[in-house]
Design a protein around this ligand. Structure first.
Ligand SMILES: C[S@@+](CC[C@H](N)C(=O)[O-])C[C@H]1O[C@@H](n2cnc3c(N)ncnc32)[C@H](O)[C@@H]1O
Length: 197
């Protein structure tokens, strides 16, 4: 069973849990940092709610990719303006376009551990100069299986220090790095907003 199959199976429970969630403050910051009317790539966009919808309302053009066909079906039917959603694995995604912002909110932790290192070079190349990258992440190196809504999901993560080293190597500057982010009922181990120099 892959994450893709699991998300396709739990889609109804996911929609109930996620679609009306708040837009977390770092996402608002990310939008504030990018010039209006810019382009944003949303990696692992899910149903497009609440994030792509919010970014569209801020006048950005959104490209949303997700490996779950059910998530993309929901995103396409959500009536989100200036947004194109495609079923696509991040590692297969190619574009001649350089984005002003790239967001990966709660998606990088599903990528295979042996491919985690590739994220930063790929995002760097997809970003325009001065573009912003917002992502959530774990703090410690990890690989495990967990269950959500009765289905199994794979998770992995490199250590925070290793990721910061990779980002420095590729030429990102860290705008902020927040450990143990908490907002209302939401908690994330590590939230990073970075800029391509
Ligand atoms: C926890 S959900 C978060 C969805 C959305 N970002 C949100 O905040 O509501 C993780 C999403 O990442 C997607 N995903 C996982 N691995 C992916 C990959 N390799 N390429 C594209 N999407 C992926 C999943 O299908 C799922 O929709």
């Amino acid at each position: 069973m892959t994450n893709k199959d699991s998300y396709n199976k739990i889609i109804d429970s996911w929609i109930t849990a996620r679609n009306n969630a708040i837009v977390n403050k770092p996402i608002i910051d990310f939008a504030d940092y990018i010039n209006s009317e810019g382009t944003i790539l949303d990696i692992g966009c899910g149903t497009g709610l609440p994030i792509a919808k919010y970014l569209s309302e801020r006048n950005f053009s959104i490209t949303g990719i997700d490996q779950s066909a059910k998530m993309i079906e929901m995103a396409k039917s959500a009536g989100i303006k200036n947004a194109v959603f495609s079923t696509c694995d991040f590692f297969d995604f190619e574009s001649d376009e350089k984005f002003n912002g790239i967001i990966a909110w709660d998606s990088l932790f599903h990528f295979p551990k042996e491919r985690q290192k590739e994220i930063y070079s790929k995002v760097y190349h997809l970003l325009a100069h001065g573009g912003y990258f917002l992502f959530t992440h774990g703090k410690e190196e990890d690989e495990h299986i967990d269950s959500m809504f009765g289905e199994q999901f794979y998770y992995s993560c490199l250590s925070k220090d290793f990721v910061l080293g990779l980002m420095k190597e590729f030429g990102f500057e860290i705008v902020y790095s927040i450990e143990n982010f908490v907002e209302e009922k939401d908690q994330r181990d590590w939230v990073v907003l970075a800029r391509k120099k």
